[in-house]
Design a protein around this ligand. Structure first.
Ligand code: KG4
Ligand code: ZN
Length: 335
């Protein structure tokens, strides 16, 4: 089935055309990063307005790049949550209108499931069951994935998400937005053992990152670091995040006796996280699969994969489909 997918849950307006849930014909992402960078974080009201401006041209570009007319689309998938409701509504309204005008089936997709599904667009798709780490700006969750739409939550953050920990640190240090990208780059030349940042909740599969930010504030107070030490500081900070993400996910795979781990979401594009997973996987006897960075950060191709599964299974949503800010993967959403 030729699926047009639309994604607008945060600050990226995205559209993609994917054939049979596996062949990406186009994957267009219009980022608002430069606008929000001025404020050091996403301003929801601005995000919604920018989505409204971008959605039409982004969908047209996706169709054009795929080399199909809108009449060639066979089904429409759209992110309905979790995310910023004002942003979600723009994509949702557009997708509904597109489907209604052409009498096409429409289905709403969970953004987190989309992140996990991105791995099915690679040359090495996993077989079920596997453990998935979804690590983004809003979520840090470990799941056991038993099959399509069969999730069991194994661990989650009790406070900030890992992406938030990156973004908040970068804001505190005044080094730019989004923090993960800037820290990833700066940390490459840094000493990862320069400062002993804490690793919280060692015994649990749950995460806590809010203390890490506090310890960064404390570190800055204790020691006035010189500019040349910035790479060391951020490399140590990044290592603390990476350490807990890697060790808890591998521990989850051991506990569930699963041999495959999928790492996804914006933070999965972090080069040190990818490197550490690769290193530790060998010793742990597990296989770690990570999509390429362009499929880790928000995009619509990943939404099309789930959309295709659901549409092929006969799932349909009506024009009353609503946006939801919160939608745990292991809960049905009948709203
Ligand atoms: O999945 P995503 O694009 O959007 C959400 O669903 O949240 O993730 C965005 C998050 C941001 O917090 C950003 O700082 C982080 O992903 N991120 C990174 C990197 N690239 C993006 N974090 C660490 N290293 C990166 N290279
Ligand atoms: Zn995301």
């Amino acid at each position: 089935m030729l699926v047009l997918a639309v994604e607008s849950s945060c600050d990226e307006t995205a559209a993609a055309v994917v054939a049979d849930g596996g062949k990406v014909l186009s994957n267009v992402v219009a980022s608002q990063v430069e606008i929000h960078a001025r404020y050091g974080g996403i301003v929801p009201e601005i995000a919604s307005r920018k989505h409204i401006e971008a959605i039409g041209p982004v969908v047209s570009e996706a169709l054009e790049k795929a080399g199909i007319a809108s009449s060639g689309v066979e089904g429409v998938a759209v992110t309905r949550g979790p995310g910023l409701v004002g942003s979600l509504l723009v994509g949702l309204s557009f997708a509904k209108a597109f489907a209604f005008a052409r009498d096409l089936p429409l289905v709403g997709v969970n953004h987190l499931e989309g992140h996990i599904a991105a791995i099915f667009l690679t040359d090495h798709p996993p077989v079920f069951p596997f453990v998935a780490l979804v690590v983004s700006g809003g979520h840090t969750n470990i799941y056991l994935v038993r099959g399509v739409q069969e999730f069991k939550i194994l661990g989650q953050t009790r406070d900030d998400a890992a992406g938030e920990a990156f973004d908040k640190a970068a804001k505190l240090l005044g080094i730019g937005y989004p923090g993960g990208v800037v820290i990833d780059r700066l940390a490459k030349d840094g000493d990862r053992n320069w400062w002993p940042f804490p690793r919280a909740m060692r015994e649990s599969l749950d995460f806590s990152f809010s203390g890490l930010k506090t310890s960064l504030v404390t570190a800055l107070k204790k020691r006035a670091f010189r500019e040349g030490e910035l790479p060391d500081l951020v490399a140590s900070y990044q290592e603390a995040i990476v350490d807990v993400l890697v060790s808890k996910t591998i521990e989850a795979a051991h506990r569930e006796q699963v041999k495959t781990i999928v790492v996804c979401g914006g933070v999965a594009s972090n080069s040190r996280l990818r490197e550490r997973f690769k290193e530790n996987a060998v010793a742990a006897g597990v296989e770690v699969l990570v999509p390429p960075p362009s499929l880790c950060t928000d995009n619509a191709a990943m939404i099309a994969v789930v959309g295709n599964w659901l549409l092929e299974a006969g799932r349909r949503n009506g024009l009353d489909l609503n946006a939801v800010s919160r939608w745990p993967l292991d809960e049905r959403c009948d709203q």
